[in-house]
Design a protein around this ligand. Sequence first.
Ligand SMILES: Nc1ncnc2c1ncn2[C@@H]1O[C@H](COP(=O)(O)OP(=O)(O)OP(=O)(O)O)[C@@H](O)[C@H]1O
Length: 240
Amino acid sequence: MKIIEVKGLTYRVRNFEILKNITFSVEKGEFVGIIGPNGAGKTTLVKILVGEIKDYEGKVVIRGRIGYLPQTQEVQREFPMTVREFAAMGMYGRSKRIDWEKVRSTLIGVGISHKENDLIRNLSGGEFQRLSLARALLSEPDILVLDEPEAGVDEMGKAAFYELLNRLRKERNITVVMVSHDIGMVFRECTTVMCLNRTLHCHGPTETISPDDLKKIFTDFDIWIRGPRHYEIFHREGKN
Ligand SMILES: Nc1ncnc2c1ncn2[C@@H]1O[C@H](COP(=O)(O)OP(=O)(O)OP(=O)(O)O)[C@@H](O)[C@H]1O
């Protein structure tokens, strides 16, 4: 089942085309990694998918509920709120009463329950990212949309987060769409890769995207700083 369908999507601000004639679809259960250089329009595409931007041209069909993890810097963390209260916000609008047992089990599931009474401002980047995931999961999404979830998190934290995401995706049969700057991690964890630079340059199952495809939109420098090692390992040894 096509859970996301986008046809002829163009988005202009004044006369500048940020996204140009983009067409793709996402099957239920896919793990899609959206990659592209700075300013490629990745965040704009995400904001259209989650309904924050509406004045686009073309067709966007979403067949399910979306859970959204925006870029971390967009989230106000100074508010004096505890971890469990922040997570429970994911349930607002879904039910009148907060099911604190469910909040707790979700916090356990993402590995952050030991911090449940801490203030959100005291969490590390990786801990806050897990908490944001818990909040999104509590809204019982069919589709999780994440915008650069790895920002500000160290290598170990990133790897653990992607593994967690992949496990939850399989357990709950959730479709995941994720913008990432970590090309290596995308090639390791995602089932599908989309290379975006205003238009869609390539899109398909991870194993069909070649180094030449990447060179069409990234400079050698980009590929070097964003994880060539993983990418080369992937292409040499195949995906496990
Ligand atoms: N409201 C706006 N008005 C004018 N320009 C905009 C607006 N929103 C986005 N842009 C421009 O559109 C381009 C795409 O922005 P976007 O944030 O979607 O890129 P991105 O691929 O997410 O970039 P990055 O990887 O650097 O986060 C950028 O050049 C940006 O400056």
